[in-house]
Design a protein around this ligand. Structure first.
Ligand code: HEC
Length: 229
């Protein structure tokens, strides 16, 4: 019984292929689209006029205040559109040294190759929140919001393996990604990557700190139990 069914199915498929495809002739008709997805959409193609704009030019000039990739501009509330010429160049890696690769020869190095200042840490916190927190969570526990949307096995920074990992390897993970984490090298300039590494280190230290890590002058405040309002 089952055999006849498969023979019938096979004949049907051969018939279907014979009718529907491989007819050996070219056709100018659009193909039958079962799932058109986003094949047809209004869009501007390069070097092609567009009726959407009054001057009918498809290619547009950058809007005022556009900052070229590889630069950043000091933007403030008073001056939301920075003047041309005031852009500061930011580094995207090209070199083969530790600053650019996180490596010394064929080994990962450790150490932040920029002065670790309060500004660098704040920058690191800000960039971490923008680029990493969605997955790794605000405190690095691997519990960011992306987990609720189905991303599994997001690394928790508070495991010994990652606590002991060299700074250079974390830097490289930011640039190249790791397994299911994509690389952010094209989005995050060199100095910001190191700022993020420094901040990840601070998040890790914050989970294992003891009272001895607090400057003596400030210990008393922490040791006094908080009073109930
Ligand atoms: C889209 C989600 C996502 C974002 C955004 C993200 N990560 Fe990850 N990250 C992951 C996942 C998932 C893993 C685990 C990958 C694996 O299977 O090893 C991971 C792993 C890591 C690891 C551990 C790598 C190892 O060797 O085990 C580090 C360190 C890390 N991420 C740092 C960062 C930093 C820093 C940022 C921000 C620049 C960032 N990640 C942004 C998802 C993300």
């Amino acid at each position: 019984m089952l055999r006849y069914f498969f023979i019938a199915l096979g004949l049907f498929l051969v018939g279907l292929l014979a009718v529907a495809g491989f007819r050996g002739q070219k056709s100018g008709k659009p193909p039958i689209e079962i799932f058109p997805d986003m094949d047809h959409q209004p869009k501007v193609k390069a070097q092609v006029p567009s009726e959407f704009f009054a001057d009918e030019r498809g290619n547009r000039l950058p809007v005022p205040g556009t900052v070229p990739i590889g630069y950043e501009a000091p933007v403030s509330k008073e001056n939301p559109f920075p003047d041309e010429g005031k852009y500061r160049m930011v580094r995207y890696s090209t070199g083969t040294d530790y600053l650019n690769t996180g490596r010394f020869g064929d080994r990962w190095g450790t150490g932040i190759p920029l002065p670790v200042t309060a500004e660098l840490m704040q920058r690191g916190q800000e960039r971490y929140t923008i680029f990493c927190g969605v997955c790794h969570g605000a405190s690095g526990g691997g519990n960011g919001v992306a987990g609720q949307y189905g991303l599994v096995a997001i690394a928790n920074f508070h495991q010994d393996r990652l606590r002991e990992m060299a700074d250079g390897e974390i830097y490289n993970t930011i640039v190249m990604g790791k397994n299911t984490m994509l690389g952010y090298g094209s989005k995050i300039p060199v100095d910001d990557r190191w700022a993020i590494v420094a901040y990840v280190r601070a998040l890790q230290a914050a989970q294992t700190a003891t009272i001895n890590d607090v400057p003596p002058a400030e210990r008393a405040a922490l040791e006094t139990p908080p009073t109930q309002p």
